[in-house]
Design a protein around this ligand. Structure first.
Ligand SMILES: [Zn+2]
Ligand SMILES: [Zn+2]
Length: 245
């Protein structure tokens, strides 16, 4: 068993030293470990701390085009890991992002500039209170789920990143929507979602999975061991994971 692609890697375009390796270092490493495909997916522009600057998206894409010429042995995709901005399901997948990106990832992140104070309140404070109160937990989990489902219906999201990380989601409803929208569900090697229990629930639907490294430094590119363990614990048919051979 080996991984042939990594669709979730952060470069130095994820600001404040969040991504430690340049696009070229990422590509070199991907070639070195024998990947057939790599996607550079920096945080979307609405992440207050780490998001790629809107005006840098074009520059990053140009860099990727250069790399394609220099390293023709590997397929290189320009992507973004977009942010969910509100409970209506709006994200920072703008026309500018769509113009330059070949692949769209999206997930929920702390530190996003949310659309309104009410959204910020629910995403942060209510989810925090939910950790102590079962009633609030169930309520806010349904709201979170609705936000993600709205985003999946509104945009063409190729991969939903670490579903259930930072905020709880109803995996059943997310997977049902993913089946309809063709969104691939991520098993994230750096975060603990999807976990085995969630994979088991999601696998009842006709969805595909991907194990991504979510590397923020080149040495972690192509790592998939933690994700594979969760998939195996869930007894998932591994042929449903698109980047394993
Ligand atoms: Zn993320
Ligand atoms: Zn990420």
């Amino acid at each position: 068993m080996r991984t042939i692609a990594d669709y979730h890697v952060h470069s130095t375009y994820s600001r404040r030293n969040h991504g430690k390796s340049t696009i070229e270092e990422i590509v070199q490493r991907a070639v070195e470990i024998g990947l057939e495909e790599i996607a550079v997916t920096d945080h979307g522009p609405s992440h207050y701390f780490y998001g790629i600057k809107m005006e840098k998206i074009k520059e990053a894409k140009e860099k990727i085009i250069q790399m394609r010429k220099k390293y023709p042995q590997i397929k290189i995709l320009m992507g973004v890991e977009a942010n969910i901005l509100d409970y209506k399901g709006n994200t920072d997948i703008s026309d500018e992002v769509l113009k330059y990106c070949d692949i769209i990832l999206c997930g929920y992140h702390i530190g996003t500039v949310f659309s309104s104070l009410d959204d910020a309140w629910k995403f942060t404070i209510m989810n925090k209170i939910g950790r102590k109160s079962k009633k609030v937990f169930e309520d806010i989990r349904e709201k979170n789920t609705e936000a993600v489902i709205n985003a999946m219906n509104k945009y063409k999201i190729n991969i939903l990143t670490h579903p259930g990380d930072k905020i709880p989601l109803n995996t059943e409803l997310i997977a049902k929507t993913a089946e309809k929208t063709g969104t691939i569900l991520e098993i994230n090697n750096s975060h603990s979602h999807l976990n085995a229990e969630e994979i088991k629930i999601a696998s009842k639907y006709d969805v595909k999975f991907v194990i991504n490294s979510d590397a923020h430094i080149k040495d972690n590119i192509g790592r998939y061991e933690n994700g594979l363990k969760e998939a195996m614990d869930a007894k998932l048919d591994l042929s449903r994971i698109i980047n394993l051979r």
